[in-house]
Design a protein around this ligand. Structure first.
Ligand code: B12
Length: 211
């Protein structure tokens, strides 16, 4: 549980670029064995969304937004040792951002949650060229492909990706996540077989219940 007071303290340190203080807070939550989904949504995601609002309304600079993003990516590494403690279930997932999609933190978090649930997760990061994604899927032969989309203008690239996966790999399961889904496109994605939209960490749990 992350109290409002702890969140506010963390956020102030984050905006001021105080890496050590942020790391101490995250490490102490990990020491208390916080649910990683809560850490991701209620600390990292919440603070990055807030930073997005501050940036959008010109209250912080692009440089500060980059600082916060880089710090958060570093803090995610503190979680790394806890990712591999669970029992492996012999399932593989490949998670990638759509081509031209540069927001990679959400997809990385999703990949971590799969790993915690015993999957082998292969996270390809931002802006993966489609032909490279297809080649990688062919090599790894995953049980599921996750696609991340943050900005709505990249929807055509996501749809192109889904169609290419359908045509090369038949009915391979696909899960689409990311906040671009808040701006629409659910109907366009829903028409593809074996393709689901995941809107939250709670919805992601449904995949694990059925696996
Ligand atoms: C950091 C950041 C950047 C960085 C990203 C760097 C990086 N290493 O990732 C950089 C500087 C590259 C960037 C660029 C741009 N950005 Co930006 N960015 C952000 C910011 C501040 C944080 C993003 C983030 O990490 N969020 C936190 C993560 C954890 O949240 P999430 O992605 O939603 O992920 C969660 C779920 O969605 C889900 N999920 C995500 N992916 C997946 C995948 C699967 C398979 C599953 C199951 C779940 C899942 O799980 C996660 C955990 O719950 C956001 C603000 C915001 N609201 O997020 C703006 C934001 C996304 N950016 C925005 C914009 C406009 C841009 C630019 C167009 C700016 C510009 N003019 O150049 C470019 C676009 C670049 C591109 N082509 O993609 C807008 C988008 C608005 C819109 N309506 O589409 C936002 C919302 C800011 C704003 N308020 O206006 N940005």
């Amino acid at each position: 549980m992350i109290s409002e007071m702890l969140y506010t303290t963390y956020f102030e340190h984050l905006l001021k670029g105080r890496r050590a203080e942020c790391a101490r807070i995250v490490q102490s939550l990990l020491d208390q064995q916080i649910d990683i989904k809560k850490l991701y949504e209620d600390l990292f995601q919440k603070s990055l969304y807030e930073v997005g609002r501050l940036w959008e309304t010109n209250r912080i600079s692009v440089a500060r937004e980059h600082l916060v993003t880089a710090m958060t990516e570093g803090l995610l590494n503190l979680v790394y040792p806890t990712l591999f403690l669970g029992k492996k279930i012999n399932k593989k997932v490949v998670i990638s951002c759509a081509a031209n999609e540069f927001h990679q933190i959400g997809g990385k978090m999703a990949a971590d949650i799969f790993e915690i649930h015993g999957w082998d997760s292969h996270f390809l990061g931002a802006n993966t060229p489609l032909d490279q994604l297809l080649t990688f899927i062919d090599e790894v032969k995953p049980d599921l492909v996750g696609m991340s989309l943050s900005v709505y203008f990249n929807m055509p690239s996501l749809i192109e990706g889904i169609e290419a996966i359908r045509s090369a790999f038949g009915d391979l399961d696909i899960a689409v996540g990311g906040q671009a889904l808040n701006w629409g496109g659910l109907d366009r994605i829903a028409k593809y077989s074996n393709t689901v939209c995941i809107r939250s960490m709670v919805e992601l749990e449904d995949i694990f219940k059925s696996s």
